[in-house]
Design a binder for this molecule. Structure first.
Ligand code: DLZ
Length: 156
């Protein structure tokens, strides 16, 4: 999937929304930066009520996201990094996390910003992590997506 075709997205005003950021701990340099990017977006949107919860790995993102969605949060931001290794483990963790997060979102009606990086190698992940030399900031983008979706849902 290439990034070409991505729209220019403005960070909305979202005062009053409650947001849970759920982040895995694997690849801490990258996940910490994704968390920082998501918090930057929340601050720019005027969100004052947010909580960051860390889970061990990306496989655990869906269950924590489910609890957040059931606990009254208006939006969830899920952040993690999975790097391909020599075994099929990569596919299982990526598929479980991705499908699990989508299920949480469609079964609870609470939007989940998808900030799970699924990369072949470290440089690909670093390039998307929102670090000073990164080209992209997927933590920021995932928070934007969660906020915009929550506001869109409210308007329906
Ligand atoms: C086991 C594992 C491996 C090999 N790689 C990653 C990874 O690259 N990124 C990640 O977020 N988690 C990884 N994990 C941990 C699993 O997500 C999970 O935490 C463990 O299997 C325990 O349930």
């Amino acid at each position: 999937m290439s990034g070409s075709g991505a729209p220019t997205i403005e960070t909305p005003r979202a005062e009053g929304l409650r947001v849970a950021v759920i982040a895995a701990q694997w690849h801490p340099l990258i996940t910490d930066s994704l968390v920082a990017g998501s918090e930057r977006a929340l601050a720019e949107a005027g969100v004052t009520d947010h909580k960051v919860v860390r889970v061990p790995g990306s496989f655990e993102l869906p269950v924590a996201a489910l609890h957040a969605a059931r606990s009254g949060y208006d939006a969830v931001v899920a952040l993690g990094v999975v790097i391909r290794g020599d075994t099929p483990h990569f596919e299982y963790v990526c598929q479980a996390a991705t499908e699990g997060l989508m299920q949480v979102s469609v079964t609870t009606g609470v939007p989940v910003g998808f900030g799970l990086l699924t990369c072949d190698n470290d440089p690909q992940a670093l390039d998307r992590a929102g670090l000073p030399d990164s080209r992209e900031d997927k933590g920021y983008e995932a928070a934007q997506a969660a906020l915009i979706s929550a506001l869109a849902i409210r308007s329906l």
